[in-house]
Design a protein around this ligand. Structure first.
Ligand code: GDP
Length: 325
């Protein structure tokens, strides 16, 4: 990517898109292109085709998606499948029609089979049944990966797909109904401390294991792969370490300096028992995560505290939680 190339980051108001824009700016890129969802509805095919015709980006980071935690996926499966299929169909096809040099599509570790052996290697995609709480999202993302591979095979497009693990960091969604576990717990513990509540409720049994990666590490990986990876085969991006939800709750209790106790609400779903990526493939190419989990969470908490009114404003949380377009 030349410093003057036009680089379109779709989904720049979301967690990953925001981190990619921060990184590209830091690296001095001069033509970073973004559009808010008010300016360009990515589900609208004509609008997307017109945008590509006019702007002619050279590179595309496709970080726009409808994303959310376990409850959001369970509650809005129709929105998750429709919006994601529409967004990716429109962008991938427009990128092909307009001769985009290279496109990076974001998959997710949660689209591997529910009971995949751990740690998960890339070859396990589509080898078993999906986790039912997010199967609609997973089918859409799998379709996006297949579309990139099909366009690579048929038209020679340089479209690559990346599989990030659970991400966290500045710009996340803190809407308790829709958020992922780490932002949800940061908010719950923080508010319980302010209100001097004696108990914080954590969903599920606390036993599921999850791997976490700071979004700035994920952005570095996307940038690295955009320059260095040419295969249409998916590639995992993770820290290679996982923890139980109970361990994470205990760590967040410490970071937020909350003095009360933790209880588990087992009426809430656990989801997949374990989700840990094998990251040998990307490590062998020369990339690894550098942000320590405790330090990353502490700085994320600081960012949350500093922007508390923004993150907890229902107008912002509604946008952030459901549509990262
Ligand atoms: P998942 O990785 O797709 O299952 O998505 P999440 O990040 O939403 O949830 C991960 C795990 O954390 C699940 O086992 C949840 O039940 C558990 N969890 C515990 N407390 C919370 C909470 O307050 N919010 C969310 N989203 N998950 C929680």
């Amino acid at each position: 990517m030349k410093i003057t190339d036009k680089i379109y980051v779709a989904g720049h108001t979301g967690l990953v898109g925001g981190a990619i824009v921060r990184l590209l700016k830091k690296k001095g890129y001069l033509n970073i292109i973004t559009r808010s969802s008010e300016e360009l509805d990515l589900r609208d095919q004509k609008a997307v085709f017109d945008f590509f015709d006019t702007v002619q980006p050279h590179y595309v980071f496709l970080a726009a998606a409808k994303v959310g935690g376990i409850m959001a996926n369970k509650t809005y499966p129709g929105d998750f499948i429709y919006d994601n299929l529409a967004i990716q169909n429109n962008i991938i096809h427009a990128a092909y029609k307009n001769g985009v040099e290279k496109l990076l599509f974001l998959g997710s570790s949660c689209i591997y089979p529910k009971n995949a052996p751990q740690p998960i290697v890339e070859e396990y995609l589509m080898t078993g049944v999906l986790e039912p709480t997010n199967d609609a999202y997973a089918i859409a993302k799998i379709a996006g990966i297949k579309m990139c591979q099909a366009y690579h095979r048929q038209y020679g497009c340089r479209f690559i797909s990346v599989m990030p693990t659970n991400l966290y960091g500045p710009g996340d969604s803190y809407n308790l109904q829709n958020a992922h576990v780490l932002p949800a717990l940061l908010r719950k513990f923080h508010e319980a401390k302010l209100k001097e509540e004696h108990v914080v409720t954590v969903w599920g049994t606390g036993k599921p294991r999850r791997e976490f990666l700071h979004v700035d590490d994920a952005a570095m990986a996307c940038y690295f792969l955009m320059q260095r990876y040419e295969s249409s085969e998916i590639i995992n991006v993770g820290s290679g370490l996982d923890y139980t939800i109970k361990e994470m709750a205990t760590l967040i209790k410490k970071i937020t300096n909350y003095q009360g106790t933790i209880v588990f609400d087992e009426s809430k779903p656990d989801g997949t028992p374990r989700k840990l990526l094998n990251v040998d493939k990307i490590k062998n190419l020369g990339w690894k995560a550098v942000i320590d989990l405790e330090e990353g969470l502490a700085s994320t908490y600081q960012n949350f505290e500093q922007n508390y009114f923004y993150y907890t404003n229902p107008i912002n949380t509604k946008n952030l939680a459901i549509v990262h377009v």
